[in-house]
Design a protein around this ligand. Structure first.
Ligand code: ZN
Ligand code: ZN
Length: 192
């Protein structure tokens, strides 16, 4: 009777120890796999696993609190997303001279009159100065025009001009400035 009772206790104790050992091993393996996804630092990995082995469940809770919040894959993906967002931003948000905010469609900086963009000769939309072609209609962009011919009338142009009048003035102003008798060309050649 006494022997069997002692045997039961011994069995329960043995089972409890085995359960604790398996649980501890499981927690240690899980921690090792988890920390390996979050850092390449060997010391940090050893510290995390050692903490769980030493303090068991308490160590695991502590590890969950202090572990890096995102895995290496997550941080890599986040970096890719940030880079993609930055690439999609327009080339210039602020005026390069006075650093005040200039909207995407501005041709001139409204504060210091710096030329930010030029209107397309084909469709009149604002084009970045570095563009070789208009992405909307395919006409030559400011970069391509500047590399071939540099008409002086294109350099200092009033901001409100439309594409038609600027195209006209670029063609007629160069060969014969006095020949144009129409009122529209006369208006565009007047200094601002
Ligand atoms: Zn400015
Ligand atoms: Zn265009």
């Amino acid at each position: 009777m006494f022997d069997s009772w002692q045997g039961v206790v011994a069995l329960v104790v043995a089972l409890s120890i085995a359960y604790a050992v398996i649980l501890l091993a499981g927690m240690a393996v899980w921690t090792f796999r988890d920390i390996r996804q979050r850092t390449h630092d060997g010391w940090a990995q050893a510290f995390a696993v050692g903490m769980v082995v030493l303090f068991n469940v308490l160590g695991l809770i502590l590890y969950l609190v202090i572990r890096p919040s995102e895995t290496l894959t997550e941080s890599y993906e986040r970096r890719l997303e940030t880079e993609a967002l930055l690439r999609d931003l327009p080339e210039r948000r602020n005026c390069p001279r006075c650093d005040r905010v200039a909207r995407d469609e501005f041709l001139l900086c409204p504060h210091c009159r710096t030329v930010l963009r030029e209107p397309c000769l084909g469709c009149g939309r604002a084009l970045e100065l570095s563009w070789a072609a208009c992405p909307y209609c395919g006409a030559q962009g400011p970069q391509a025009i500047r590399s071939t011919t540099v008409p002086s009338s294109l350099q200092q142009r009033p901001a409100g001009e439309t594409a038609e009048t600027s195209h006209e003035s670029a063609q007629t102003a160069q060969p014969a400035p006095h020949a144009a008798g129409s009122p529209s060309t006369g208006a565009t050649q007047r200094p601002s």
